[in-house]
Write a protein that binds this ligand. Structure first.
Ligand SMILES: [Zn+2]
Length: 606
């Protein structure tokens, strides 16, 4: 036995230093405008991952950590030792040389396949053409103004979110909506068919080498949920709670459609946002276009920063510094006179940029060593291209969601070890802070602070927010069953030997099993479902975290969304510890009890 606790710290430091390469490399491969730089970043990420794999299979290092006498360690160090040894074993350090070599080459191939999968999605922007006369009917005036016809009188609508979302929601031109939906859901097809198959096959092979029956069994082992069977049970439990509501909502949409198409027997998935919008307008006297002028991008950003500042006792101070693109805004995060982190906001679409919304790390914070730096990468309307740059309310909630991740990363970035910094908690807990923060985007008092009408400057009326909330109630069942479809797809693709099984057929079957809307012919959503790489088998984490987020929110519901004590308790019990305790223990500390499904089920039943 050795008693050198410094070994733990040195190993933590080594991982931290490698992250100084891997984190920016991963970010830059997704956002850097220049092709050559993105390619270089991908190579750097590969090298960093290769090094991590090599270290994780180093028997000498493993033995050095394994022989540290735990009796000489404090509780946090003991936890670190247990976690590090578990990671070594899960990496395959105790396998023979030949097996470790196979593991190494599979992991290296998987890094490259994952990059290829993401790149094919990122670089495949498709578009449809509509003519001026009827093509934009139904769309908001700001959208129409920003989409002028070219010299041939043709208007191009792309699969990027600022085009795709409003068009699917508002365009009266049904055929054009269907065409855009099909384009959106064939992105990266057929290129990603073979990439996805290789990802499944190689992950299955890797799991087998490591002694697991499937990748799903392997990847769930270190999560809150602990095993793949529990994921399947969880999916069924939520399905039981949601499916009747989803069926009722679907029938309402169908009945609504039959008023204008009496022969209709189904509602297609591409019709659902539009019909839902119209039905909500009628049922709740609510038109989401009436809300849109209240959400001007710049004001939403400023309002969100002010809100987070108030809740978490911090200030955001703009900084001028070189970044990868001129539109990126940088803020130091200060508490009093101390700087505690830095955030970057890369918020608008451009060519070859990541297409979804996510928080990327630039650096994990470690107490007295380095400050946390995080980056929001989103695709909201660009104020440089569209004035006013209006957002739909669902984009506002996306902004809040990603900001929730960012605050977890920054406020959790003062841990003693990099290993436990910020969002380095169990992965299936990671979405809880982001989903919780979405709740603030639904509060009339919060919204009134920054949701000021683009033309009149008037604050959003509480009555309009009440309508927005009432309308949101409709569609919760359909939302949940769609999430279940994704969760089941992600689980099932990784739950068995993929050789000889038809991925596309399975995707169709699972849509038909969980989702009310039938699978749309000629689409291949699995090819552009980026989470099938990044999350592999564990897309269930979104619903799992949502169950927890709804429970965490009960405390704010009771005490008030702007209650200082509640916000401080949340920060101290949930965000600041990062992964220093098990997520279940953090939740317990905050709620004063174990989490339950009650709040989620009540939300779904409301
Ligand atoms: Zn998230």
């Amino acid at each position: 036995m050795n008693s050198d606790r410094r070994v733990l710290r040195a190993y933590d430091d080594l991982l931290r230093v490698i992250e100084q390469v891997s984190a920016p490399a991963s970010l830059f491969s997704n956002v850097w405008p220049d092709d050559a730089m993105r390619t270089e970043a991908e190579k750097s990420e590969q090298l960093a991952n290769q090094l991590l794999t090599k270290i994780s299979l180093d028997k000498k290092l493993f033995e050095l950590i394994a022989t540290i006498d735990a009796a000489g360690l404090n509780p946090l160090e003991q936890r670190l030792q247990v976690r590090m040894l578990r990671d070594f074993r899960r990496a395959g350090v105790d396998k023979d040389d030949a097996t470790r070599e196979k593991i190494t080459s599979l992991k290296n191939e998987l890094t490259e396949l994952g990059q290829q999968f993401e790149k094919n999605i990122r670089e495949d922007v498709r578009s449809i053409s509509v003519n001026n006369a009827d093509g934009l009917a139904g769309l908001p005036p700001d959208f129409v103004a920003a989409h002028q016809p070219n010299e041939h009188g043709v208007i191009s609508i792309s699969t990027d979110y600022p085009d795709f979302r409003p068009f699917m929601l508002y365009a009266d031109h049904a055929a054009a909506r269907r065409e855009l939906f099909i384009k959106f859901n064939t992105r990266a097809f057929p290129k990603n068919e073979s990439v996805l198959r290789s990802l499944l096959e190689k992950r299955f092979a890797l799991a087998q080498l490591l002694g697991y029956s499937s990748w799903a069994v392997y990847v769930t082992e270190d999560k809150m949920i602990q095993n793949a069977a529990a994921v399947a049970q969880f999916i069924e439990r939520i399905n039981t709670a949601a499916k009747n509501r989803a069926a009722v909502e679907y029938d309402e949409l169908l009945a609504y459609k039959r008023r204008t198409s009496p022969q209709a027997s189904t509602v297609a998935e591409w019709e659902s946002p539009y019909l839902k919008e119209k039905l909500r307008a009628e049922k709740f006297e609510f038109d989401s276009q009436a809300v849109r002028p209240y959400f001007v991008y710049d004001r939403v950003r400023d309002g969100l920063l002010a809100l987070a500042g108030e809740l978490y006792e911090i200030q955001f101070v703009p900084v001028t510094t070189a970044t990868w693109h001129e539109s990126v805004e940088v803020f130091n995060v200060n508490r009093g006179t101390a700087t505690i982190g830095r955030i970057y906001l890369d918020m608008h679409p451009r060519e070859n940029k990541y297409k979804h919304a996510a928080q990327f790390h630039l650096q994990s914070g470690v107490r007295a060593v380095q400050l946390p730096e995080g980056v929001l990468v989103c695709n909201f309307t660009d104020p440089q291209k569209q004035i006013p740059a209006l957002m739909d309310h669902d984009q506002v909630t996306t902004f809040f969601h990603e900001f929730g991740h960012l605050m977890h990363h920054i406020l959790g970035g003062n841990t003693e070890f990099a290993y436990f910094s910020g969002v380095a908690t169990e992965w299936d807990f990671v979405e809880a802070p982001s989903q919780l923060f979405e709740e603030w985007a639904w509060d009339a008092n919060v919204l009134a602070r920054f949701a000021h009408h683009a033309e009149t400057g008037e604050s959003i009326p509480a009555a309009l927010v009440a309508q927005l909330r009432a309308a949101e109630e409709f569609g919760k069942g359909l939302f949940t069953t769609r999430q279940l479809q994704f969760a089941a797809l992600s689980l099932e693709l990784y739950a068995s030997d993929p050789h000889g099984f038809e991925i596309h057929t399975r995707a169709i079957e699972l849509q038909n099993q969980y989702n009310q809307f039938p699978f749309e012919d000629d689409t291949h959503m699995e090819c552009s479902f980026g989470h099938l790489d990044g999350y592999s088998a564990i897309y269930y984490t979104y619903l799992w975290s949502l169950v927890i987020a709804k429970d965490l929110f009960t405390k704010f519901e009771a005490d008030g969304l702007l209650n200082e004590a509640a916000a401080r308790a949340y920060r101290q019990h949930i965000l600041e510890p990062g992964g220093s305790s098990d997520a279940a223990a953090l939740i317990n500390n905050f709620l004063g009890r174990a989490y339950t499904f009650d709040a989620f089920e009540a939300w779904l039943a409301k």
